[in-house]
Design a protein around this ligand. Structure first.
Ligand SMILES: C[S@@+](CC[C@H](N)C(=O)[O-])C[C@H]1O[C@@H](n2cnc3c(N)ncnc32)[C@H](O)[C@@H]1O
Length: 264
């Protein structure tokens, strides 16, 4: 692992942000200052200002950008922080979070499907602060040795037990105080129950967390998705307070031979 033994910065830099805003056709647009060179990750637009490169953060491709576009004003990942990201897929949103935490921060990106994970690995070659982990987020104990306590947990797994997955990983990894950002896909929970009931059930599963602000509906960017910002209700139990000595994260190189040469 490159530098998690360095604690996140808490000085004036912690309020510095790598986010920038603009207006397009009267609507807000968001950009993150690109950490990687070359900057494009998913075909997003880029612009240069005063020697810096910014990547447009597409709200149709990222629930966090959609939440910003819908007026969410919560606490974004800050420079120097460590974030654990569950459901990283090919790294679209994870790359913007990596931009936000900057070179002194780290994003531990968990993805369980091999195909998107291969692209995530490639992305990590350009993003030195992005650590891909091929694992099932339902089993945090399997990557507990790779991930130190984190400042934030971002969850976008689109699974029926997404709130339980968030709760469990929060108990394992989230520092006190720590933030949980959860993109809740209501359609994954039930097609019959009303959204308000589904939200209430998810909140019950997240009993260890306090809701910060109101849930944000992500339409028209993401259908039947709600974005939640939560913080710990109380300090984690003592066994989760142990600061594990960070070990080196081996860049996971699964045996991908069965996919054929096209995926190398
Ligand atoms: C909606 S996509 C994520 C999109 C991504 N967060 C972004 O904004 O760029 C959900 C991802 O979660 C992954 N996923 C689902 N269940 C998972 C689990 N139990 N553990 C890890 N990843 C999981 C899926 O393979 C998929 O890539």
């Amino acid at each position: 692992m490159r530098r998690p033994s360095v604690p996140p910065r808490r000085g004036p830099d912690s309020v510095q942000t790598h986010l920038s805003r603009s207006s397009e056709a009267g609507r807000p647009a968001f950009w993150t200052e690109a950490l990687a060179d070359p900057p494009q990750v998913y075909g997003e637009r880029v612009r240069f200002r005063e020697g810096r490169c910014y990547r447009r953060w597409d709200p149709f491709r990222s629930k966090l950008s959609a939440a910003l576009a819908r007026g969410w004003g919560g606490r974004l990942p800050r420079p120097g922080e460590r974030w654990l990201y569950l459901g990283a897929a090919t790294g679209t949103t994870a790359s913007h979070i990596a931009d936000l935490v900057g070179v002194r921060g780290t994003v531990y990106a968990v993805e369980k499907s091999v195909r998107p994970f291969i692209r995530l690995l490639r992305l990590a070659e350009r993003y030195p602060n992005l650590y891909p982990i091929l694992a099932d987020a339902r089993r945090p104990e399997e990557y507990a040795g790779l991930v130190p306590p984190v400042d934030g947990l971002y969850v976008d797994v689109a699974q029926p037990d997404q709130a339980e997955i968030a709760d469990r990983n929060g108990a394992y990894f989230l520092r006190d105080p720590g933030r949980l950002l959860l993109a809740l896909k209501l359609a994954s929970l039930s097609r019959t129950l009303a959204d308000v009931e589904l939200l209430a059930a998810a909140r019950r599963s997240l009993g260890a967390f306090r809701l910060e602000g109101a849930p944000v509906a992500l339409e028209p960017f993401h259908r039947r998705h709600v974005f939640l910002e939560l913080s710990r209700r109380e300090a984690p139990s003592p066994e989760f307070r142990i600061e594990r000595a960070p070990r080196r994260v081996a860049r996971m190189r699964p045996n991908l031979d069965f996919l054929g040469a096209g995926y190398r």
